[in-house]
Ligand binder design. Structure first.
Ligand code: NAD
Length: 361
């Protein structure tokens, strides 16, 4: 297969971890006989420095012609002034919006060797394998809003959803559930919110019509927050609206302990030359300015993001599993970066960890 992959390395540790993810993709290409072409473009703080804008036209055009996009992270103290007119995060929001990426997928799978990294007890975490699908372009973060203004004492935000917005994201989640344990939990606040009552009704109708083979349950968001800590292994796929998803995905990420292990994918309606979603793949961590440039960042979240890219945008399930298995083997063989090491364990750097994964691929 031929595929064009745009890499937006970004700032801080972004270039360090995406370099290792690119090497893992190259190793997959060699082993399975695929030709991946890589194109690097600017996004975030580095783009502001070079061009004055966090999302240059050239970057956007390249992404619109790619089969998939791999992103590192953006931001850092250099561009942190919240009153600045141009900020690195505008590049991130801009690209998600321009590519119409409405579904954010965050798998949380725990590797047995790293159970100690979590603040929860190992017996609670045993068997955790969750996929959270968050609606990314609607709901409370995008509905009509009124700022308080200098003298005002009232402000509001609106949680607005339409049937097509709900259907398309639930469909993504249900399709993912089909390839997993066939269970979908839809999270809402239907006892209070009108938009949640619509969400619940549309979800039930769609599931009965298109996914009768998937077991559906509805859970209120407050209960879901509790169950994620109390019995996280009981979840398979969770689907929810934008703000609920924002909060629950961070809670779910903490089950795994380290940010350096968790990948994500953002998918939309736009398809690539293969007829699959032109997705954006990125580790969930930020640019980690405190460790940037030292070669110590954990590249596994970026490498696992590359595995998601193979699966969702290129349709290469076997290859995606080869990457995931290589990561699991590396951990079983005792390789640790500083963020996942226990006291006394030998610690290796970013490039060494990347090389260990490539060897096992
Ligand atoms: P962060 O995720 O960058 O770092 C939090 C902590 O986790 C730090 O101590 C860091 O060293 C550690 N860490 C993160 N990734 C790691 C890795 N791969 N290996 C080892 N340790 C790792 O979050 P932050 O410090 O809140 O934010 C730093 C900058 O990143 C800010 O400018 C923020 O706006 C930006 N940010 C960007 C994104 C993104 O690009 N998607 C997401 C979150 C934060």
């Amino acid at each position: 297969m031929y595929a064009k992959i745009v890499i937006l390395a970004g700032d801080g540790i972004g270039p360090e971890v995406t370099a290792e993810a690119q090497k893992a993709l190259e190793a997959i290409g060699r082993k399975f006989g695929h030709h991946f072409e890589f194109e690097h473009h600017l996004l975030g703080g580095c783009a502001i420095d070079a061009t004055g804008t966090p999302l240059p036209d050239e970057t956007l055009a390249a992404c619109q012609h790619a089969d998939a996009i791999l992103l590192g992270a953006v931001g850092g103290p250099k561009w942190d002034d919240p009153t600045a007119k141009v900020r690195p995060e505008q590049g991130l929001l801009g690209i998600r919006k321009a590519l119409g990426l409405f579904a954010n997928l965050r798998p949380v799978k725990l590797f047995p060797e790293l159970l100690h990294a979590s603040t929860l007890r190992p017996e609670v975490l045993d068997g955790v394998d969750i996929l959270v699908v968050r609606e990314l372009t609607g709901g409370l973060y995008f509905g009509p809003r009124q700022e308080a203004g200098p003298d005002g004492d009232q402000a509001y935000d609106t949680m607005l959803y339409t049937r097509p917005e709900i259907e398309r994201v639930v469909r993504v989640a249900a399709q993912a559930a089909r390839g997993r344990r066939k269970r979908l939990t839809s999270v809402d606040k239907a006892n209070v919110l009108a938009s949640s009552r619509l969400w619940r009704r549309v979800t039930s109708e769609l599931m009965a019509r298109e996914f009768p083979d998937i077991e559906l349950e509805h859970v209120l968001v407050d209960a879901a927050a509790m169950y994620l800590i109390r019995r996280p292994a009981s979840f398979d796929v969770i689907v929810t609206e934008n703000m609920f998803g924002d909060i629950l995905t961070d809670e779910a990420a903490m089950l795994a302990g380290s940010m350096g292990m968790l990948p994500s994918a953002s998918l939309g309606e736009a398809t690539n030359a293969l007829g699959l979603p032109r997705g954006l793949y990125e580790p969930i961590h930020g640019s980690a300015p405190d460790i940037a440039g030292r070669g110590v960042a954990n590249p596994l979240a970026a490498i696992l993001s590359a595995a998601m890219l193979l699966r969702h945008s290129l349709g290469l399930e076997r290859e995606a599993r080869a990457v995931e298995n290589a990561v699991a083997t590396v951990l079983a063989d005792g390789y640790r970066t500083v963020d996942i090491a226990q006291p006394g364990e030998r610690v290796i750097g970013t490039a060494e960890m990347g090389a260990a994964v490539c060897e096992r691929i």
